[in-house]
Design a protein around this ligand. Structure first.
Ligand code: NAD
Length: 357
């Protein structure tokens, strides 16, 4: 399994995005987003997504350099249709606009529709946190075959429908919950399959609706399903992500016909905490909540109690120093996808080698 520096991965992702047709600024944003996801430990949403993006490009289901349509711009309400644009840029641009609006009005509700895959939702929470804003997002996944079996189902009806909430802190979000509403993100089953390892108990069901640990059927044959996290409560949250992002925000839903792409829509709220109250007092209370939660005695099998977002910060510190392990199958798939857009093996290797330090 190669261990690659974040610089080298960024250079490869940038090369692929450029060759896919993205302009320089979009390619930089895409590459930066993907590598930050790897750094945060979310390999499911890192450079391993590039072969999917290349496939979507070839199928006409991802549009580089897309111009988003402003459907509604009315005070605290912003409705933006990304029209299958490259998600990492489309979503970041939309959230940046919403942050500016929140700074003017105190808060902004962003209904963001029909973007190609927007990756790790925490990236957008980080943008908001850097500007002193709290962030929440209900997100759905459409245009794709269903993968999530909700509570009591023997077959899937939804996507992995992520939810994210974060509050600002001194160095990025003080607390950030960023999660799929399935027990694991679909990309984590892909990473397990690529590594030839099992997934944990309770994550997957097979075609007959029975629990399984083997990701082969789910990834290779597109059978079975990921289970919602947290029994009926997590399942209910997945349903609300679907409703908020499709029915309320106006994006494509899982109930619409799928073309085999990956479309994300999102209903996000961004609140400027300096307009809501005294940001210093709010920050102190956030720290008090964190300290209170962390002060609990760890349960047997745990070394310490963490708050959401801490594992990602630790991963980032370690991987910045030690590099990012990319499994052999993922690396091979990225190289193969690169070849289909005219990046020969020599150019690929040269790019990695030149940026390895
Ligand atoms: P995860 O299960 O690794 O983590 C979920 C959350 O739990 C995180 O906030 C994390 O900080 C927190 N956490 C983890 N371990 C913890 C601990 N020991 N103590 C306290 N908190 C802890 O994440 P996931 O559900 O696999 O999601 C991975 C990524 O996939 C996310 O970035 C998400 O946005 C992304 N995603 C995107 C899409 C999409 O369509 N764009 C769909 C699904 C998921």
């Amino acid at each position: 399994m190669p261990t690659i520096s974040s610089h080298a991965l960024q250079a490869v992702a940038h090369l692929i995005a450029r060759r896919m047709g993205s302009d320089e600024s979009e390619a930089v944003q895409v590459a930066d987003h993907l590598v930050r996801a790897n750094l945060a430990g979310h390999d499911s949403h890192g450079v391993g997504m590039l072969p999917t993006y290349v496939r979507l490009l070839h199928a006409g289901l991802l549009v580089p350099n897309q111009t988003a349509e402003t459907v509604l711009d009315a005070g605290a309400l912003l409705v933006i249709d990304a029209k299958r644009g490259y998600g990492q840029r489309m979503a970041a641009d939309a959230v940046r606009r919403a942050i500016v609006r929140a700074k003017e009005t105190g808060a902004c509700v962003l209904a963001f529709r029909n973007s190609s895959h927007i990756g790790r939702i925490g990236t957008y929470a980080e943008l908001a946190a850097a500007e002193g804003c709290a962030f929440t997002a209900f997100v759905n996944v459409a245009d794709h075959h269903d993968v999530q079996a909700t509570w009591g189902s023997a077959e899937p009806r939804l996507g992995t429908n992520p939810f994210c909430a974060a509050v600002p802190g001194p160095d990025g979000p003080a607390v950030m919950l960023d999660m799929a509403t399935t027990t694991i993100a679909a990309g984590k089953a892909r990473v397990a399959y690529n590594k030839g390892v099992s997934v944990a108990d309770g994550c997957l069901i097979d075609d007959a609706g029975n629990p399984t640990n083997d990701p082969t059927g789910f990834i290779r044959d597109k059978t079975g399903a990921l289970r919602s996290f947290g029994t009926h409560k997590g399942s209910g949250m997945a349903v609300m992500c679907e409703i908020m992002a499709s029915a309320v925000a106006g994006g494509q839903g899982a109930f619409h016909e799928a073309k085999g792409g990956v479309l994300n829509s999102m209903l996000a709220t961004i609140i400027d905490l300096s307009k809501l109250g005294d940001p210093v007092a709010i920050a102190a209370d956030i720290q008090a909540v964190k300290a209170h939660v962390r002060s609990a005695r760890p349960a047997p099998g745990f070394d310490e109690v963490l708050t959401p977002g801490e594992p990602e910060k630790r991963y980032t510190a370690r991987r910045l120093e030690q590099g990012i392990e990319v499994d052999d199958t993922t690396w091979r798939d990225i190289r193969a996808a690169a070849e289909t857009i005219g990046i020969a093996a020599e150019e690929f290797d040269r790019t990695v080698g030149a940026n390895h330090g």
